[in-house]
Structure formats: structure tokens, C-alpha cells
Design a protein around this ligand. Structure first.
Ligand SMILES: [Zn+2]
Ligand SMILES: [Zn+2]
Length: 386
């Protein structure tokens, strides 16, 4: 490895450890933003703050050209860390358990490297550090509202993942992550005596029928060639063994990939609960809350990333997984300009039982971070090559 590459890698690892030690929750990333601002200014850049969104900075190349935006998210999760690493979280109950610490560190590494390579590209590299990916409505919408995509031609995001060994790059040509929507249902009735069901209305029974029937939306109504999930996550009801429950609340999530899938699931969930309530004589409230939209990659941009990844990690270290049913607010950027999101494996190859993203045991094999940094940098250089 060249000497500057070694220094960049050292810098990335030290920044990652700093962020890991001082994690901050979604929309509370003040200390993190301060530190990133200082680092960028130290490099001679002029970071711009977008209130509630985060910050960004531009690195201009030699001649005017296109603009490539690279995005890192900054927030941690309300999880109590259970690892024994020396730079364990000092903010009790908060942990960088999704690897956003490494995203920020790698993007700073890209910046540190590119400020000395301005003669190697035309146009602008925009570094986006965004708040609150983990907490809908998320920070991406605020960044976009603040003008972060102005003049941007391409946007690229990289996420670390626990279910691939360190050094692996996972690429999806098109559908990458799902629409992540939520529904809330309240069923209300007069309840009744447990011994005389015919005189009351049982909301718990209606809810139970609904939980089972909702699964037929995926199996009988949605297009089977499009992945879809409906999960009822909570059902709250009842207070005594011999009382018919007058109120039941359900909450769940729907994952789809198309707008049609979204509309259909909303329509049928509502109709099912409506029909059940009519049949048994209860009232209901139904709310469908649209969360992050599906993240659809731009195939041309993905093929550029593939070409660069092949050079850096080799074809045998590129995997092409199935789309994820998770959500990601990078999707908002990719709706506006050609965008691509891909994954970097960070699990230590010797680890038999690695902690997953969002678990208190999540750790990162830091040897992947140099590669991740180089990959992002080279993708930007390739897209802006003179
Ligand atoms: Zn996450
Ligand atoms: Zn994440």
C-alpha cells in the first residue's frame, strides 16, 4: 500500500473509534457535527450546515464538470453496547450498532485523500453527512429541502453489513431496499360479559381474524413476482379473563417495492378491517403511514461501481444478494438524481457468531475500512475522470 493510503487508513480507523466512543441519537448529533466540521475545516474545506439535516462540503477539482455526492449517515441507536472493545460507547444506552460511525470515518478519509488529488478530477465531489437515518421521517428529506442535491448529477451511498465477511462488496443492480410503511388500527366496541358473548362485541376476536386474514394480501392479492411482507408487530387488548375486550389496537409494518404494491396493501388492509368490523358490529380507526420509499438503484451507476469494485476487491469478492426488505432514507436522494447504494462486508472472517447490525454485540473488522474508503474515492474519481 502507498504511504498516503496507509495514513488515510489510520486516520479512518482513529475517527471511527472516536465516533464509536461518543455515539449520539437521531436528530441529536450535535457533538458529531461539531467534530466533522472541525475535521473538514482542518482540510481547508468549507462545510455548510443544514439545520435538522446535517452538513455538507464540496471538494472542487481542476476544471468545471459534473458533481458526485457521497453520503454518510451520522446517528446511533438506543442500544446498550455489549462488546468489550477498548473504545466502547461512553454514552450509556446509546451505541453505533449500525456502523454509521464507520460511514462518517470513511467519508472523512475520502475527503482527506481527495483534497490532495484535485488535479485528478473535473467537477465537484460533495460530501454529505446526514442526521437521523434510523428515525423516520429521517434526515435525508431535510438535507434535500436544504438544497444538498442542487447541481448534483450522481449520489452514492455505502453501508457496512454484518452478514458478509470483511472485504466483500455486495451490489444490487436495481431494487435494493423496500418501501417501509406502517399501519395502526384501533377497534372499538361495547365489549361485554365473557359468559354472554351474544350480548357484546369481541374486538379481540375481530383483531385475531384480521391478523390471519392480512396474510392473504401477500399470498392472494399482491403480484407474486414482487417481494412483499406484512407483519403485525403488536396487538394490545383486554384487562380481565372473563370480560370481552372492548378495545384492541394493532400496529404493523408493510414492506413492498412498487407504488402499486403500497397502494394495494393500504387499500386491502383497510377493507379487511372494515368488513370484519361491519360483520361483527365494531367501529374502527385505520391509519397507514408511508415511511421511507423503496431504494431503487440506477443500473448504469451500479455498473460503474462494479467496475471499480472489481479492481479493488476482485470479482470473487463481489456478491449479488437479493433485495433487502429493510428501509433506508438514502432512497429519497435516489428518487431525485441517479443514485446507487451498495454494501461493504465488515465481519471478521474468524468470528463464528458475529453480532448483526442493530445488535448490542455488533462489531466491525476495521481492516475493511481502508477498502471501503478507497472504493468510494475511486467511484467518485471514475465518474469525474477528465
Ligand atoms: Zn440501521
Ligand atoms: Zn444503517
Amino acid at each position: 500500500m502507498a504511504e498516503d493510503a496507509v495514513n488515510i487508513e489510520k486516520y479512518v480507523i482513529s475517527m471511527r473509534r472516536y465516533f464509536h466512543e461518543y455515539p449520539e441519537l437521531s436528530f441529536q448529533e450535535e457533538q458529531t457535527i461539531e467534530r466533522i466540521k472541525d475535521e473538514l475545516e482542518e482540510m481547508g474545506l468549507k462545510p455548510q450546515i443544514i439545520e435538522k439535516g446535517g452538513l455538507y462540503a464540496d471538494i472542487k477539482g481542476g476544471v468545471n464538470g459534473k458533481t458526485v455526492a457521497l453520503r454518510a449517515d451520522m446517528d446511533a441507536l438506543p442500544i446498550r453496547e455489549e462488546t468489550d472493545i477498548p473504545f466502547k460507547s461512553k454514552n450509556d444506552g446509546v451505541m453505533h450498532a449500525c456502523g454509521h460511525d464507520s460511514h462518517m470515518a470513511m467519508l472523512l478519509g475520502v475527503a482527506k485523500s481527495l483534497v490532495n488529488k484535485r488535479d485528478q478530477f473535473n467537477g465537484t465531489v460533495r460530501l454529505i453527512f446526514q442526521r437521523a437515518e434510523e428515525q423516520p421521517p429521517g434526515g435525508a428529506v431535510e438535507m434535500i429541502r436544504g438544497g444538498v442535491l442542487k447541481n448534483v448529477d450522481y449520489v452514492v451511498g455505502q453501508h457496512v453489513m454484518s452478514n458478509a465477511p470483511s472485504g466483500i462488496v455486495a451490489i444490487l443492480p436495481k431494487e435494493c431496499m423496500a418501501n417501509a410503511d406502517e399501519f395502526k388500527i384501533k377497534i372499538n366496541s361495547k365489549g361485554g360479559h365473557g359468559a354472554y358473548p351474544h350480548t357484546g362485541v369481541d374486538t379481540l376476536m375481530i383483531a385475531s381474524l384480521f391478523v390471519v386474514q392480512a396474510q392473504t394480501i401477500v399470498s392472494r392479492i399482491m403480484d407474486p413476482s414482487e417481494p412483499a411482507v406484512i407483519t403485525v408487530g403488536t396487538m394490545a387488548s383486554g384487562f380481565r379473563y372473563n370480560v370481552i375486550s372492548p378495545h384492541t389496537e394493532l400496529r404493523g409494518t408493510v414492506r413492498t417495492f412498487s407504488e402499486e404494491g403500497r397502494d394495494k396493501s393500504e387499500k386491502y388492509l383497510k377493507e379487511m378491517i372494515q368488513n370484519l368490523c361491519i360483520t361483527y358490529g365494531a367501529d374502527f380507526e385505520f391509519e397507514f403511514i408511508r415511511g421511507y420509499p423503496a431504494l431503487i438503484n440506477n443500473p448504469e451507476l451500479i455498473s460503474v461501481i462494479e467496475t471499480v469494485a472489481r479492481k479493488i476487491v476482485g470479482e470473487k469478492n463481489i456478491i449479488r444478494p437479493k433485495p433487502s426488505m429493510g428501509g433506508e432514507d438514502f432512497a429519497y436522494y435516489a428518487q431525485q438524481v441517479p443514485g446507487a447504494f451498495y454494501f461493504l462486508g465488515v465481519t471478521n472472517r474468524n468470528e463464528k457468531n458475529p453480532g448483526q447490525n442493530h445488535s448490542p454485540q455488533f462489531t466491525i473488522d476495521e481492516s475493511a475500512l481502508g477498502k471501503g474508503t478507497l472504493l468510494m474515492e475511486q467511484v467518485a474519481l471514475k465518474l469525474l475522470s477528465p
